[in-house]
Design a protein around this ligand. Sequence first.
Ligand code: ZN
Length: 285
Amino acid sequence: MICPVCSSNSMPALEINNRQVYLCGSCSTKFIWPQPSEDEIRAIYSKNYYDSWGITGEQGDGSVKAMKTATFERRMDLIEKHIKPGKILDIGCACGYFLETAAKRGFTPYGVELSDYSCKIAKESLGEENIFNGTIENAPFDDKSFDAVAMSDLLEHVTNPNKTLSKVRGLLKDGGVIMIMTPDHGSLTAALMGRRWTHYKEEHLFYFNRRALKYILDKNGFKVLEVRSAEKAMNLKYFKTQFNIYTNALITPLVNLAVRLLPERFLSKNFYLPLGEMAVIAVKK
Ligand SMILES: [Zn+2]
């Protein structure tokens, strides 16, 4: 099997839901092949997909937004270490929580979101004209128009990450930065959980480690400035929703037990966890 990132030989590494995951012997990228068809991908991202975010139903009480915003504050800290406020684009902006955080810090927010459902929520808070409902390939943004581009939990979902990064490079001004947050298959949680690693999902088509991420960024015209483990703010209420949709034989029973035993006030309390993701900042070469 040929690696879609670097065209070297890759070997079967594990199976997820009867799909093969390959590991590239050269650049260290892991990838699912064959990729799910367009219909299968559409089915995965149906309305139920957003239920796992916990923004609907019993979770729609603002505690999830506060939790996600706590994570995004940390990602903005990282971006602000390397660039002054300017125009920022969030690809896969979901409900726009990251962009709201960026706007409070003086950035002018723009977003792209494929889901009609979350796009509508983002447009309500950030303005109709700032959010594009569709893919980055079809978005009406001018080349060299952004100071920063953010992609959280996105690169692992795209069908051709080289193409996505090349498009982003074109959108950035000279000296502009990209911030990527994505699962790290070289992380401690990946090592500890093996094939039960929570990030192995059929909608995650690509898996990077630090080396693979550096490789693909370099190949597409970026210089890495900083890579770090990306902690996420979590609370038990959210954990419970997540792990009862994506059930995990190790974690789901533990989370359900904790939710039953602990008093209500602990359930919405945020704590920061390294969940096997990394954040990278890179500058356009
Ligand atoms: Zn490769």
